[in-house]
Design a protein around this ligand. Sequence first.
Ligand SMILES: [Zn+2]
Ligand SMILES: [Zn+2]
Length: 103
Amino acid sequence: MQCSQCGRDFNREDMTGPVASISGSILGDECIESYYYCDCCGVYTVQVFWDLFSGEESSSLHGPILKAKGDAAVALIRQCSMPWNKKCRCSAHLLYFKDSALD
Ligand SMILES: [Zn+2]
Ligand SMILES: [Zn+2]
């Protein structure tokens, strides 16, 4: 897991893992999006992890994402008291996954 801009490794000891992550169940598949912030370059990198109903897993990295946009997503995720719960249907979950078909 590395910064999409400078390549800094987020798994080093001095890094604290994702700032926020959220899980949603979409048509039987689980999608987990984790936001990592790099304070060297001031941008976010997002890891999107899919745990598919078929048993397959895949992940991809997105970024660099501008701080303002990432901050807004992190703030939204923090409105949910259980963002790791893919079955949560609070307003934050619904808004976050508004472009996807939550089941
Ligand atoms: Zn960086
Ligand atoms: Zn929620």
